[in-house]
Design a protein around this ligand. Structure first.
Ligand SMILES: Cc1cc2nc3c(=O)[nH]c(=O)nc-3n(C[C@H](O)[C@H](O)[C@H](O)COP(=O)(O)O)c2cc1C
Length: 388
């Protein structure tokens, strides 16, 4: 295995090994990509408060997310088309997460199905739902999720309509890829990826193809989204889904204190402060900057989690010290998967864990539960003095 020192090492290898179309899919934000960039650069504005001459023995990053024990407060975020980044990608990522002791979240738009993941893992996992117009299909998905030992439903609220990512349009993104000349020429240089794909039968949207009636072309994320996602999703529908599911519920895509209050009122177990990795509303605030006002609004009523821009254990530390009970990584695990398969996801988790553990120690803390604002140097006005 090549020497991997940080997430960026995995990113570079991933870029070489993954087909251009899927690399671009992961590495894009919507429109100008301002929010996509802000998610990472805003973490960089926060500094850590170094402390010395503090006993550093017996450190622990163990905690819980929605009552579930986790080796560190980091879950794998739902990522569509993960099985196109590497053959059987969702199964491999779920296995790596299980072995490491962190939650794995399967996307509705995954290549491996709920049943595939359940069959190849032993721990319960989480399932992310996009609300569709076809309520029977949604009900069947929930039934399948229960049967697959899903222990929490992650309901995504920020994608009723797809944000435009220019590169996906130019590349004609689809699963499996359509064999245009540029795609064929690019795939010819990605032999590892191709060998894996030849060995698996999982090349379509596994939760959808064969399960949704009247689906004409499920290969295109764009056309499926436009046709099937429910643009009328509102809080009353969220409440109905909460009742229909009846289990742990996490609401994803909250970026505003007022929406956070609505989510807490509805009785969610957790919310994820998220802008979908900068892939939806370009121009929206970065997740880390949105976090303080949301914590002020609902921090005592609901678990507040965060995703967006996490590329290191130090970023996890910053989010947790700011008050998040848990975080999620999207691209950071995809880089690992596309670079080295399951071992790459494990490596991404190891890198983040080590960075978190060592940074915690150098901040003078031994227990993740003791992290707080006292560990951070946050520039004045970090949240922004916005006029609404
Ligand atoms: C390639 C890609 C696909 C994604 N697909 C989904 C999805 O199917 N459902 C969902 O709720 N979020 C999806 N997201 C958003 C992630 O769950 C998460 O919010 C985001 O990746 C966090 O930002 P990060 O990548 O900077 O860690 C996707 C993100 C990426 C990068």
């Amino acid at each position: 295995m090549p020497v991997i020192t940080c997430i960026e090492d995995l990113h570079r290898l991933y870029r070489r090994r993954a087909p251009r179309m899927f690399y671009d899919y992961a590495e894009s934000g919507s429109w100008t990509e301002q929010t996509f960039r802000d998610n990472t650069t805003d973490f960089g504005q926060i500094r850590l408060r170094q402390r010395v001459a503090v006993d550093m023995t017996n450190r622990s990053t163990r905690t819980t997310m929605i009552g579930q024990d986790v080796a560190m407060p980091v879950a794998l975020a739902p990522v569509g088309l993960t099985g196109m980044q590497h053959a059987d990608g969702e199964i491999l990522a779920a296995r790596a997460a299980e072995a490491f002791g962190v939650p794995f979240t399967l996307s509705t738009m995954s290549i491996c199905s709920l049943e595939d993941v359940a069959e190849h893992t032993t721990a319960p996992f989480w399932f992310q739902l996009y609300v569709m117009k076809d309520t029977d299909f949604v009900s069947r998905l929930l039934t399948r999720a229960r049967a697959a030992r899903v222990s929490a439903l992650v309901l995504t609220l920020d994608l009723q309509i797809l944000g435009q990512r220019h590169r996906d349009l130019r590349n004609g993104l689809s699963a499996p890829p359509k064999m245009t000349l540029p795609t064929v020429m690019n795939l010819a240089t990605k032999w590892r990826w191709g060998m894996g794909m030849l060995r698996t039968r999982r090349r379509f949207f596994g939760n959808i193809v064969g399960h949704a009636s009247g689906v004409t072309d499920a290969s295109s994320l764009m056309s499926w989204t436009a046709e099937q996602f429910d643009p009328q999703l509102d809080w009353s529908k969220v409440a109905r889904l909460r009742d229909e599911w009846g289990g742990k519920l996490i609401l994803k895509g909250i970026l505003d204190a007022e929406d956070a209050r609505m989510a807490a009122d509805i009785g969610a177990d957790a919310i994820i402060v998220s802008n979908h990795g900068g892939r939806q509303l370009d121009g929206a605030i970065s997740s880390i900057r949105a976090l303080p006002s949301i914590l002020d609004a609902v921090g005592d009523r609901v678990e507040v989690h965060l995703d967006g821009g996490i590329r290191s254990g130090q970023d996890v530390l910053k989010a947790v010290a700011m008050g998040a009970r848990g975080t999620y990584i999207g691209r950071a695990f995809v880089y690992g998967l596309g670079a080295l398969g399951q071992a790459g996801v494990t490596r991404a988790l190891e890198v983040i864990h080590k960075e978190l553990d060592v940074s915690m120690a150098l901040c003078g803390e031994r227990d993740i539960h003791n992290l707080g604002r006292h560990n951070l140097l946050v520039p004045r006005g970090f949240e922004g003095d916005w006029q609404v």
